[in-house]
Design a protein around this ligand. Structure first.
Ligand code: BJ2
Ligand code: ZN
Length: 634
């Protein structure tokens, strides 16, 4: 299938490995040309499934994935006829390395691959079709219905019903399939020489000390999180009553305005440090100004263009799915798609008009801007410098966009406040997203790596999940959990099989980049008030990194933007320094921190306790009545 070039290559390769780099270049060029239409077809078929969850679309997608795996295997075999390890040209060597490392496709058992593809799609389907039926509001999906309630309700019981309902409707149905999924992936990845799937995922970071490096970063950031946690706990106790909180210091997981307690800014109204000072309700402002979905995407596009990035292509506007269709099941979880033809880039999002969603629009468009910037690269290099870089790029704009300065520019704030109380208000709001996320971003793959290693299995999936949630986030389940439940499955990236440590990396590096770009922009304000909007110097600096795609090790990409070659937690710590001082002051009387293990008993809300007491009384009455009636009759 590779034509004369490969035949020649194979013939000579059978005798001795080829060291001629010119032949190597011919090989990778031919690979690049062939892979274009194959990847394009495969992405189209995945898109068709994700935007219309039918069995037929699933079958078409799976067939295409299997076909691609065949191609990968053949290409890897042919590439190994080259002595590529000895190539002098680093780019050529890197391209060969990518052709040879084919991950799961290396398996000799196509049934395994089929199982992986089908299970991933099945699990994603369960997540995306999940519904919770509530007495008061009918049956709701995660987006927008359940999310609306979790975001806006301030009733302990209602939040609890939605929190538990979602876990019953999603994760709980995935247990067996997930166990099979792990088994199939681990079996297949052995053919690529990895001990387990976690080791394979970590290899994308090309850093032998990666696991230790992220641990060190996390530990550097933990003191900041602990202070935020203590402050939030104090305020939530005031709202919901002390007796709702376990003695261990954990916070019940359903009270954060977010289904997974991963980002907490939706409960900012309960936590605002200085109610008299400036703070805006962006969602309310957006509604007041009649924002619609298209306008949200235009606002994001305008930001990227203001720093010198290209506009979205016509294909983007024609092909994207920006609102939730009403006539079919789709995967609502927002995502960005590269079709590898240099023109077709799409976002799939069930967009509603809220502040959270406006940030997600910027996030997904950030991915698209990365795609656009590396589209001139060979297809094998069309990826982030590492997965954390793609996510960092997706979020970088959020640090400028949310400043009061920028809110004023786009008309969502009337006056830019200059007083220190308003500044603390703003920093707390940012911390509720950017600091609260850190332990969550860290722990998801701690759980998955442990599952892939075999240290955690189906007999303790949920136990280990909650051990990590309690230990790192300091949150606990508001209702009893058992191994009947599978709470990891209630978070998209577990059924969707998207590695998660990338987001932890992103939340660290985005502050490094923000600092570097603000320096480039000649910013004189504190880092948290810097807005790079309209600054093409900052944009050019960012582009230097984006253009590289994955053609160089990530350390080179980091150097292009920051001048340093390592990840560092310092810029994030510096950014929040004024808030940390303020939080410490607030927490003077508090016992900060929490027990390493989960609470052994769960406080029960009085209404629910009253509910169960009533039920007990009713049953007792019923039994007594039957008893007396029986004797009466006799
Ligand atoms: C909302 C966002 C992901 C993302 C989607 C789904 C999984 C991968 C992609 C990739 C991008 C790429 C998301 C945002 C921050 C925290 C996290 C969360 N959706 N993905 N194709 N986020 O990263 O955009 O679009 O690399 O090509 O999941 O937990 O919400
Ligand atoms: Zn992303």
């Amino acid at each position: 299938m590779w034509g004369a070039l490969i035949l020649g290559v194979l013939f000579r390769g059978a005798l001795t490995q080829i060291s001629d780099e010119n032949l190597g270049w011919n090989f990778v060029n031919e690979y690049n040309n062939k892979v274009g239409s194959l990847w394009n077809e495969n992405v189209k078929k995945s898109w068709n499934y994700y935007t219309n969850l039918t069995d037929y679309n699933l079958e078409v997608m799976t067939n295409s994935t299997l076909q691609m795996a065949e191609f990968d295997k053949e290409a890897a075999k042919n590439a190994s006829t080259f002595a590529h390890d000895g190539f002098g040209n680093a780019t050529l060597k890197r391209l060969f390395k990518k052709i040879v490392n084919i991950g799961f496709a290396a398996t000799n058992d196509s049934e395994q691959l089929k199982a992986i593809s089908n299970l991933e799609a099945d699990l994603t389907g369960i997540y995306s079709k999940g519904k919770v039926c509530l007495e008061s509001k009918g049956c709701l999906q995660l987006e927008p219905g359940l999310t609306d309630i979790i975001t806006n309700s301030r009733s302990y019981e209602e939040l609890l019903a939605v929190w538990k309902g979602w876990r019953d409707a999603s994760g709980k149905l995935m247990r067996t399939k997930y166990t099979d999924f792990v088994k199939a992936m681990n079996a297949a990845i052995k053919f690529s020489g990895f001990n387990d799937t976690g080791e394979y995922w970590r290899s994308w970071y090309e850093t032998p000390t990666f696991e230790q490096d992220v641990r060190t970063l996390f530990e550097e950031l933990e003191p900041l999180y602990v202070e935020l946690h203590a402050y939030v706990r104090k305020r939530l106790k005031e709202k919901y009553g002390k007796d709702m909180f376990p003695e261990t210091g954990h916070i019940p997981a359903h009270l954060f305005g977010n289904m997974w307690a991963q980002q907490w800014s939706n409960i900012y109204d309960l936590l605002v440090p200085f109610p008299g000072a400036s703070s805006v309700d962006i969602t309310a402002k957006m509604k007041e100004q009649n924002y619609n979905v298209t306008h949200m995407y235009r606002v994001a596009e305008d930001f990227f263009m203001s720093i010198g990035m290209e506009k979205m292509t016509d294909a983007f506007w024609q092909n994207s799915m920006l609102v939730k269709p009403t006539d079919r099941d789709v995967v609502c979880h927002a995502s960005a798609w590269d079709f590898y033809d240099e023109n077709d880039f799409r976002i799939k999002q069930c967009t509603s008009v809220t502040e959270d969603q406006l940030l997600t629009v910027h996030h997904e468009m950030g991915h698209i801007v990365y795609f656009q910037n590396y589209r001139h690269q060979p297809r094998l290099f069309r990826g982030g410098a590492n997965p954390g870089f793609h996510e960092g790029m997706a979020d970088i704009v959020s640090l400028s966009f949310q400043t009061p300065e920028h809110m004023k520019v786009i008309g969502l704030l009337d006056e830019v406040p200059q007083d220190s109380d308003s500044d603390i208000n703003f920093l707390l709001k940012m911390a509720l997203d950017k600091v609260a996320f850190l332990p969550f971003g860290y722990l998801i793959d701690q759980w998955r790596w442990s599952v892939f290693r075999g240290d955690t299995n189906s007999s303790n999936y949920n136990q280990h999940w909650w051990d990590l949630r309690c230990r790192f986030q300091g949150i606990s389940s508001p209702v009893k959990r058992t191994e009947e439940d599978f709470d990891p499955g209630a978070k998209y990236h577990i059924p969707g099989n998207t590695p998660y440590i990338r987001y932890f990396v992103s939340f660290v590096v985005q502050f490094q980049w923000h600092e570097a770009l603000c320096r480039e922009a000649g910013n004189t304000r504190p880092l948290h008030r810097c807005d790079i909007y309209n600054n093409t110097n900052a944009g050019n600096k960012l582009r230097e990194m984006l253009r590289m795609g994955s053609s160089k090790p990530w350390q080179d990409a980091m150097e292009a933007i920051t001048g340093q070659r390592t990840m560092s937690a310092k810029p994030l710590v510096n950014y929040f320094d004024p808030l940390l001082k303020w939080l410490k002051e607030q927490n003077k009387e508090e016992n900060t921190g929490w027990s390493a293990s989960c609470p052994s008993s769960i406080p029960t809300p009085s209404a629910l306790a009253a509910g169960s007491a009533n039920l007990f009384i009713s049953i007792t009455c019923f039994v007594l009545c039957v008893f007396f009636a029986f004797f009466q009759i006799r």
